[in-house]
Design a protein around this ligand. Structure first.
Ligand code: AMP
Ligand code: MG
Length: 413
């Protein structure tokens, strides 16, 4: 059996094979969360000319050297107008938000700082510097400028910009097809009759959800029994997909047939074990079309392996520029024991004090305790060479899904 390889080497090997997929053209209405495959340039200046940022009066700053100042109102300009007039000294134009700034004026006084004296006369009560409350031409978008780059995830703001430059359709990276297979004689399917002596299949669903969180709808192939024919048939089916995730049956037990069966089916295995905990018995192989991850059967191990190896692979295939989880510096609220040799991922909840984020383990870290993962905000990364972390020391965590939100509305004065 090959020795376990370091996690960063395993990630490099996976990413070497998990190359970007092709592209497809999709409707803008379906584009949220997809990845741009091309740079996008603006096809227009926006705004098309200098415009007012306020409802008020377009004036000449030079007319306001002494205030209050009375000015003659010679026009009413609203958004969408194309004014041709020129405003001379002592005059001004009433202007609405978004309306073009008329020639001769160089600043806008908001209506709250003025007093109407007559229908065509206004008193300005404040002085102003030239340029105040004017949005300059092209401050948002400039013709021909690259405004979004390939690899950008389409978020709501991006989607709005794409609409502004009239991309009714966008070119995005394709998403991989993914199959998920659980294996083991002891497993009870979600809809099988309840049997106290069986182990309910969690991995199919936890992995499904991890895949869905990346914007992909996977196919569940069900449970393969520890029987060569059944396993072979289901693996063969799974290898038709771009990515196959198999959990269980991948270690060295006498019924662990997954790896040899994949090899019989023509897969080339690239690694068998990785220096990480949980999740050491994780394997990766490829056929011409498929990338196959053999994940450990323990539910926590399978989820952590997915986070470390499958997530970056899938995001890379989908063309994301950002493929790794965001990390955050934290301090530990309690000591974490560790024996050097493997990178360890401790499931933690995050809290905060004036010094920043604090991480607290979620309780038992047994890889069979799926609640440790269900409760976690983040994975504390304990480096492989580390011989334990004391309470209060600095460390880093990888944020998990759902950590963008919190219970309290903080930070707003
Ligand atoms: P294995 O990797 O097949 O040796 O399985 C390791 C442990 O994970 C065993 O206790 C299995 O019962 C459990 N296990 C394997 N597959 C699943 C699954 N799909 N859902 C929940 N537990 C599982
Ligand atoms: Mg098994």
């Amino acid at each position: 059996m090959k020795d376990a390889i370091p996690l960063n080497e395993a990630q490099r090997m996976v990413l070497h094979h998990a190359v970007q997929l092709g592209t497809e053209r999709i409707d803008l209405l379906q584009a949220l969360g997809r990845i741009l495959s091309n740079d996008i340039r603006s096809n227009r200046d926006h705004p098309p000319c200098d415009i007012s940022a306020m409802d008020g009066y377009a004036v000449r700053a030079a007319d306001l050297s002494v205030v209050p100042a009375q000015l003659i109102v010679i026009a009413d300009i609203k958004a969408g107008d194309l004014p041709t007039l020129k405003v001379e000294a002592g005059r001004c134009a009433r202007i609405m938000t978004g309306a073009p700034i008329p020639q001769g004026t160089d600043t806008v006084i908001r209506v709250e700082d003025t007093q109407a004296i007559a229908p065509d006369k206004v008193q300005i009560n404040v002085i102003a510097k030239a340029g105040k409350d004017i949005r300059s031409r092209a401050e948002n978008l400039r013709t021909n400028e690259v405004i979004l780059t390939a690899g950008t995830e389409i978020n709501p703001g991006t989607l709005g910009i794409l609409a502004m430059v009239k991309c009714a359709e966008v070119q995005v990276r394709c998403r991989p097809s993914i199959a998920i297979l659980s294996s083991g004689d002891e497993l009870e399917g979600l809809h099988d009759a309840f049997d106290v002596n069986k182990i309910p299949d969690a991995n199919s669903y936890a992995l499904m959800a991890q895949v869905q969180a990346l914007g992909i709808v996977p196919t569940l192939l069900g449970i393969a029994r520890d029987d060569l024919n059944d396993l072979r048939e289901k693996l063969e089916q799974g290898l038709q997909y771009d990515v196959l995730l198999v959990s269980g049956g991948t270690s060295v037990g006498v019924h662990d047939f997954v790896r040899p069966t994949l090899e019989q089916l023509g897969a080339q295995m690239h690694f068998w074990r990785v220096q990480m905990r949980p999740g050491q018995p994780v394997a990766f192989g490829t056929t011409k079309h498929c990338k196959v991850f053999c994940l450990p059967g323990n539910p926590v191990s399978s989820m952590v392996c997915f986070e470390q190896l499958v997530t970056p692979a899938l995001r890379n295939m989908m063309g994301h520029a950002r493929i790794f989880r965001r990390i955050l510096p934290v301090r530990l609220t309690q000591a974490v024991a560790h024996r050097p040799g493997n990178v360890e991922f401790v499931r933690v909840v995050l809290s905060r004090d004036d010094g920043g984020y604090l991480a607290t383990p979620t309780g038992s870290q047994s890889s069979g305790v799926l609640l440790s993962m269900a409760r976690a905000d983040a994975l504390l990364v304990v480096p492989s060479a580390c011989d334990g972390l004391e309470a209060g020391v600095k460390a880093i965590v990888q944020l998990l899904d759902g950590t963008e939100f919190e219970e309290e509305n903080r930070g707003i004065e």
